[in-house]
Design a protein around this ligand. Sequence first.
Ligand SMILES: [Zn+2]
Length: 274
Amino acid sequence: MLNFLSHFKPIVPCLFPALLGLVGCLAHRSPAKTQTQEAASTVSRAHAHSTSRLSANAQNIAEERDALYTLLAYALVYKDWQTLDTKQGARGHNIGCVLVNPKGQIVHVALNSNGKYKNGTQHGETRVMWQYQEREKLYDLKGYTIYTTLEPCAMCSGMMVMQKVSRTVYGQTDLDFGKAVERLQLKSAQFPPYPRAKELSSTPADHPVRISIDQAYKLKYDSSKIAITEWLRSEEAKALYAEAQTQLLSNAVLYEENRAVLADCLKSLKRFEP
Ligand SMILES: [Zn+2]
């Protein structure tokens, strides 16, 4: 999407004068229009022009920001890559999360730690939420975004909904346990959507690494029904996570506005000690 938009961007300013010219011609054909109406219309067109350019740019900046946080989530997991199963002594599954506050700052990160605590509730998402809220004495997470390497399960989606998280962006689609947020949003003949569920947006990361991961896992899943947590210990998965780390470390942002975001990501990765 970023590539597509960066190709499209130079066309937008060219199209707008043409469209405005067309609108202007049509306006001249209307004899009933007074000078005041003309002036108001010109101001309104100029405003629409600048707003459209701003929103297109803001969208590109937001997409790059999402890409950086997603790469950070992969890189955190790669930094403490686990090759064993949780029952064989691994810290946990190769899944991790980044919590970003409404100002766009990284406030906490966490990895799945089911094995370390011998407790299946220690998912990256649950840990990133309760650890941060306990530290900050914060009752809920309204306006926060969770970037997670794997699509949230029912437990984590439920906790996000209850804690009023606004957005989650995931780095891999979970073919068995995914779409939990969407299921909470479903309306049936008997039941309305779960309260607050509609306020949580859940989307796959719009990033080439996520697409590669999804394609690689789907092939294995279709041929052998391999569990996602088992595939996430494979050399194939590790290589894709290594690629994500490289992309973050060698990143040169397209938008100046994201320079601080990249610095924040690199600092978080460096100081992260699992
Ligand atoms: Zn979960």
